[in-house]
Design a protein around this ligand. Structure first.
Ligand code: FEO
Length: 172
């Protein structure tokens, strides 16, 4: 059985994962309106992954005899300045998520909840990967700068990444 403290912390994380999904979905939709098929496919897939992170937490909380709550969410921004601004935001956001996961892990140790601690290790590993990928994309975009041709290739690369992982049904 989960303690009240761990349940509350997990429900807070459920909200953050849901908000992440909405945020990336808004980015994906904007990118699609700009004709950036690869960027949008990648971000649609990323939004799906965040939803999966949320679901995994809800199911875990319920399995442990508590109640995973579906959160109300604020509307995310509709418009973005550029692709590089989007990926700066993705990286910034993922760093924040990592910090929250670490806080959550800390709470489980203080509460001596080793089952939840063990469950959260999946999220710890996932965050390492997500941050690394976001950093790689931010670095690539720095090299691209204002070069339209470079952006074309970046978009094509992302289409490849989204396709290779079997997600991203963003194509028209
Ligand atoms: Fe579920 Fe990207 O954090």
């Amino acid at each position: 059985m989960l303690s009240k403290k761990v349940t509350e912390a997990l429900n807070k994380q459920i909200e953050l994962e849901a908000a992440s999904s909405q945020y990336y979905l808004a980015m994906a939709s904007w990118a699609e309106t700009q004709g950036l098929k690869g960027v949008s496919a990648f971000l649609y897939k990323h939004a799906d992954e965040e939803r999966m992170h949320m679901l995994k937490l809800i199911r875990f909380v319920n399995e442990r005899g508590a109640h995973g709550l579906v959160p109300a969410l604020k509307q995310p921004p509709a418009n973005f300045k550029s692709v590089s601004k989007i990926f700066d935001e993705v990286l910034h956001h993922e760093v924040k998520v990592t910090e929250e996961i670490n806080k959550l892990v800390d709470i489980t140790l203080k509460e001596k909840d080793y089952t939840t601690h063990n469950f959260l290790q999946w999220y710890v590993s996932e965050q390492i990967e997500e941050e690394a990928l976001a950093r790689e994309l931010v670095d690539k975009l720095k090299m691209v700068g204002d070069d339209k041709g470079g952006l074309y290739f970046f978009d094509r690369d992302l289409q490849g990444i989204a396709g290779a992982a079997g997600g991203g049904k963003a194509e028209a």
